[in-house]
Design a protein around this ligand. Structure first.
Ligand code: B4P
Length: 205
């Protein structure tokens, strides 16, 4: 962690990071470490949706119908939510932004790059956390013991993995074609994985 300030303050360029991976891949866990080290603004669509559900809003009630079944929330709902978030942001966060769990479909990826282009920016790097399926299921079942999440049970986890393979994997191809894709070995301790991520981010800072 001791390099955090030097890494981020030596270079004034704002960086746009996406962290991607299957459910339980560690997106949330690693995002927390990344925002601390690089002082990035964190936007997690999963956290935003869970807040809407907890607040019992119309958006939350609608989203929960999909989340509890392991399905993705419709693209237009998510894209509107992100656009509103971007509009609300004061853009004073020092070093850039990390998107966690978004985009999850190619349509969302295209919309994101359009939203960024309007703001004079673009994604710099997509970090793709690669974790074996057995380990993913194990992590989510352990989390399910305490998370209270409607989607952390075996049946829904399997559905989420199918949805990930069919709808979210193509997002990684989209960014690979743009030359922004970095595969991260997502097995091992949280610190080991974070070291691999830091090396990848440092290369584009
Ligand atoms: P998310 O909130 O994005 O959740 P996730 O994919 O389940 O988890 P994540 O990868 O963040 O795992 P974590 O770090 O917590 O999405 C939830 C749902 O919301 C989606 O299924 C979808 O329905 C909806 N949604 C969200 N965004 C959407 C979008 N853009 N479009 C449409 N729908 C959307 O790690 C999991 C567990 O593993 C934790 O308990 C952690 O402690 C543990 N762990 C992490 N790293 C570990 C390690 N190295 N070793 C051991 N355990 C580890």
């Amino acid at each position: 962690m001791e390099n955090s300030t030097s890494n981020s303050s030596l270079n004034n360029k704002k960086i746009c990071v996406i962290i991607c991976g299957a459910p339980g891949g560690g997106k949330g866990t690693q995002s927390n470490l990344i925002i601390d080290k690089y002082n990035l603004k964190h936007i997690s669509t999963g956290d935003m949706l869970r807040k809407e559900i907890a607040d019992d809003t119309e958006l939350g009630k609608n989203a929960n119908k999909y989340i509890s079944k392991g399905q993705l929330v419709p693209d237009d709902v998510i894209i509107n939510m992100i656009e509103k978030k971007f509009d609300e942001m004061d853009c004073t966060h020092k070093n850039g932004i990390i998107l966690d769990g978004f985009p999850r479909t190619v349509k969302q990826a295209e919309a994101l790059e359009e939203l960024y282009a309007k703001r004079g920016t673009a994604t710099d790097i997509l970090l793709d956390l690669q974790v074996d399926e057995e380990e993913l299921i194990n992590r989510l079942l352990i989390r399910g013991k305490t998370s209270g999440r409607s989607d952390d049970n075996l049946e829904t986890i399997k559905k989420r993995l199918d949805v990930y393979n069919s709808q979210t994997k193509p997002v990684t191809d989209f960014y690979e074609k743009l030359g922004k894709y970095v595969r991260i070995h997502g097995m091992g301790t949280v610190d080991e994985i974070f070291r691999r991520i830091s090396e990848a981010i440092d290369k584009v800072m």
